[in-house]
Structure formats: C-alpha cells, structure tokens
Design a protein around this ligand. Structure first.
Ligand SMILES: CC(C)(COP(=O)(O)OP(=O)(O)OC[C@H]1O[C@@H](n2cnc3c(N)ncnc32)[C@H](O)[C@@H]1OP(=O)(O)O)[C@@H](O)C(=O)NCCC(=O)NCCS
Length: 203
C-alpha cells in the first residue's frame, strides 16, 4: 500500500519512513515491554519517555547536516508499524552505527534482516558512507542472526567489557562488534547478494 509521503527506503515487504508524533503509541508497545527491550541499554519507557524519544527523532530531521535517522518500519500491505531502525552518523559523516528493534508480535518473520538490508542500501548507495557498524550483546542470538544474515563481518568479541542493564539487571556484558565497508557492500551487489530494486527480502 505505502501511502506515506516521507519514505526514506523500501524493501520487498516494508518501507521505512520518518517518524510522526502519533508514532509514540506504536513505539510505546515495544519500548514499555521489559522482554522486548531486554537487550537495550535503556529501561522500559513510560509514555512520556516515549513521546520525548519520538520528538527527538523528529527534531533530528531538521538538523543540518543530519546525523541521526530514526525511522518507522511499516508493512507495505497495510501500513502497519512493526518497529524502528536507526542510523547514527559520526561527526566525520563517513561512518555510522546501525540499530533496530521490532515490536515483539512481529518477530520471526524475517522483517529485521530485510529492514537492515534496506538500511545498508540507504547507507552505502544513498548516503555513500564508507563504513557501517553495529554492537550486540553476545547472548542476543536473534540480533546476531540478523547481523550475520545481512553479511556484516564480526570484528571483535569484547569479554565483560560493558557494564549495562540487561533484562532489568546490571552486570558486565560481553559484546560482539560487526561492520561492513561500502566496498564490501558493492562487491556483494556485484555478486548478486543484494538487489538495487529493494527486493532483498525475497532472497
Ligand atoms: C533483534 C530483532 C530485531 C530480530 O528480530 P527477528 O524478528 O528475529 O528477525 P528476523 O525474523 O529477521 O530473523 C533474523 C534471523 O534470526 C533467526 N532467528 C529468529 N529468532 C531466532 C531464535 N529465537 N533463535 C535463533 N535464531 C532466530 C531467523 O531465522 C533469522 O535467521 P536467518 O536470516 O538465518 O533465517 C528482535 O529480536 C528485536 O527487536 N529484539 C529486541 C531489540 C534488539 O535486541 N535489537 C538489536 C540490538 S543489538
């Protein structure tokens, strides 16, 4: 369907659009859920926290040059919100971190891998960045699978390197670092791993 006019990228089944204030209701479903936000460095959010998060995401749009893209992921078939992706550029605007979270009831449909493939296409072909990277708790198997499914390289495994909260408990966590260079992405395109038409989800 895709009736949105503020679309940043599309994949076979999804599109990623800019946030709007009414997304607070959508984001709240995952952000307030302790299980859904278990591996995130923040505590489950209140509705006020969520509104502030969405407001910051909207404010990012007018920053010049823009450094942060927090985008709503929606299903093409019915415009339903399934989660968010984030691209955070470094000051040199050559590298960026990628992040993603789906509302729990949409897990296990391949949407996360499809969305991150689309985000990488936007990163390397749209913004023409040099490198994308992601960090992930080594016990976050679903996230590891997403990063490996999209072809990011595991660069490091830092043991008990991060004192943070997981599932409500603070402790030292071990973290995987993944990355992909624009050059690697383009080589993947040449090998047919990615589609410039955005139908990666079909592969
Ligand atoms: C990480 C997250 C987005 C993944 O969502 P998802 O719906 O599982 O993602 P997908 O359906 O695209 O699945 C990705 C891969 O994980 C696999 N997978 C899904 N659930 C799995 C599980 N419980 N155990 C093992 N593999 C699993 C899928 O088979 C798929 O692998 P494949 O591409 O090799 O077939 C989701 O779990 C989430 O929102 N988690 C909370 C936020 C979060 O942790 N974000 C990442 C921070 S680093």
């Amino acid at each position: 369907m895709n009736s949105a006019s503020n679309v940043v990228f599309e994949t076979a089944r999804l599109y990623a659009r800019e946030l709007v204030p009414s997304d607070a209701e959508n984001v709240f479903e995952y952000a307030s859920d302790i299980f859904n936000s278990g591996f995130m460095p923040w505590s489950p959010m209140s509705m006020d926290d969520t509104k502030a998060f969405v407001k910051r995401g909207i404010a990012d749009m007018i920053e010049s040059p823009r450094k942060s893209f927090v985008l709503a992921l929606c299903l093409k078939e019915n415009d339903g919100f399934v989660g968010t992706v984030k691209l955070a550029l470094e000051d040199d605007r050559r590298q960026a971190s990628v992040g993603y979270i789906l509302t729990k009831r949409f897990w296990h449909n391949g949407y996360a891998s499809e969305a991150v493939r689309g985000l990488l296409r936007f990163t390397f072909l749209g913004l023409e960045l040099h490198r994308a990277y992601a960090c992930c708790d080594d016990k976050n198997i679903q996230s590891v699978r997403v990063l490996e499914a999209v072809g990011m390289r595991r660069e490091a495994h830092f043991i008990k390197s991060c004192y943070t909260r997981v599932s409500g408990r603070y402790g030292w966590r071990s973290i995987f670092h993944y990355a992909m260079l624009q050059k690697e992405y383009l080589m993947g395109l040449a090998d047919g791993d990615y589609s410039p038409n955005g139908d990666e989800g079909q592969r």
